[in-house]
Design a protein around this ligand. Sequence first.
Ligand SMILES: O=c1ccn([C@@H]2O[C@H](COP(=O)(O)OP(=O)(O)O[C@H]3O[C@H](CO)[C@@H](O)[C@H](O)[C@H]3O)[C@@H](O)[C@H]2O)c(=O)[nH]1
Length: 454
Amino acid sequence: MKLMKKKVILIPYPAHGHVTPMLQLASVLPKFGLKPVVIVPEFIHHRLSPQINERHGILCISIPDGLHAETPRDFFSIDKAMEDYFPSRLDDVVGELNRDEGDDGGILCFIVDLLASWAINVGNKYGVQVAGFWPAMQTTYRLIAAIPAMVRSGIISEDGCPLHKSPIRLYPGQPTLTTDDLPWLIGSSAARSSRFKFWSRTLDRSNTLNWLLMNTFPDEFHQKQLISTSCTQGVRQNFQIGPLNMHSTTSRISSIFWQEDKSCLEWLNNQNDGSVVYVSFGSWVSPLEKLKVNNLAMALEASWRPFLWVLGPSWRQGLPLGYVERMLGRGRIVSWAPQMEVLQHEAVACYLTHCGWNSIMEAIQCKKPLLCYPVAGDQFVNCAYIVDAWKIGVKINGFGRRELEEGFTRLMEDNEISQRILRLNEKLFGNEGRSKAMANLANFVQDIKKLLLT
Ligand SMILES: O=c1ccn([C@@H]2O[C@H](COP(=O)(O)OP(=O)(O)O[C@H]3O[C@H](CO)[C@@H](O)[C@H](O)[C@H]3O)[C@@H](O)[C@H]2O)c(=O)[nH]1
């Protein structure tokens, strides 16, 4: 008799930095005898390569997002669509998958990105086990989980406004965060308040979960070091199963989302080893203001260093007139780079980054030091860890010529930074780190399969 594989339904938040790690997770599930089914809205689905199914055994199903074609798919429109429209569409898909149950192994569980917490209720409705997925540092999750405690102790108001600039220590011996680092403090006060509601709702829903899979390395967060477990809330069991990019060197999952400009690799081949500054601010942050783009462009021009800068067309308005032509030869600007291959390239000396979690993990995997310019969300917390805990990077507060040059010089001349990156690379991506993360994932799968038998 042919043994049918149970399906795992994975629901990412619909943005690149979230879909990629979810696909990386999905690509490992067949090793556990499971069939991954990733459900994404159409505007993401049409960008995903059909190779995902052929090469990685991941079935991707699209749902309509209910938004007008001309509506920008930004945080707020996506939030509204997720709350008002996605649940009934997912309902249709799960209903259909359930009807097919006679022909296959049925649904084992849902794995839901906590930023797509709307899907938890759909899983509950069908009586399917639901596990949460946190695509970033566990510390940022703890910060969100500390919202009720921060309100109680008067650090923030009921709608998330910091009441005074106060240090936040989640646990001893770790970088002290401040109220400026709170991830919802982006944009106008209306935008902040709406983001805070989003996080509060995310937290309420995540508190109902029994499992949380974290895209972080096994020792990032020591549970026993918590000052008091009552100061934060949270799900019952956390499994640190990352960094999931450890699976991407062989499967190349992360490179199939956007059209990559591979010509920059040829350009890198013609540069001296350890000479190029790679500049990228990820896929999701609001474009840097024109003035900042302009300042960064001038500072890069003033420096003698070659650079490779990922700058989407909408960000280029801030470039000085004739800049791209003037920099030809020394500076290369592309809309989207094959980031892993760039970071692996011997010509690249360091990475000027917005401190997105995936980019940080990739830089550590490729042993490249970081010049940090956090822009939004969790990036300030990530930056605090890069600079103060792991000491593998330097933070800059602006794009002044001197500041940038001093940052580059410190990164490239500080031998201890390179030594620390090598150690961190071994810890995260060496055999021990990898097997711990895989063992954690195996424990989760076993846990959830056991429940089916009881
Ligand atoms: O030219 C480029 C630029 C980026 N990337 C890839 O895009 C991803 C970017 O991810 P990340 O660094 O995490 O940044 P964002 O896309 O901005 O990610 C969002 O999601 C992350 C995970 O939750 C958060 O940590 C970030 O703050 C948030 O902005 C990485 O895998 C990069 O390799 C490319 O392949 N080519």
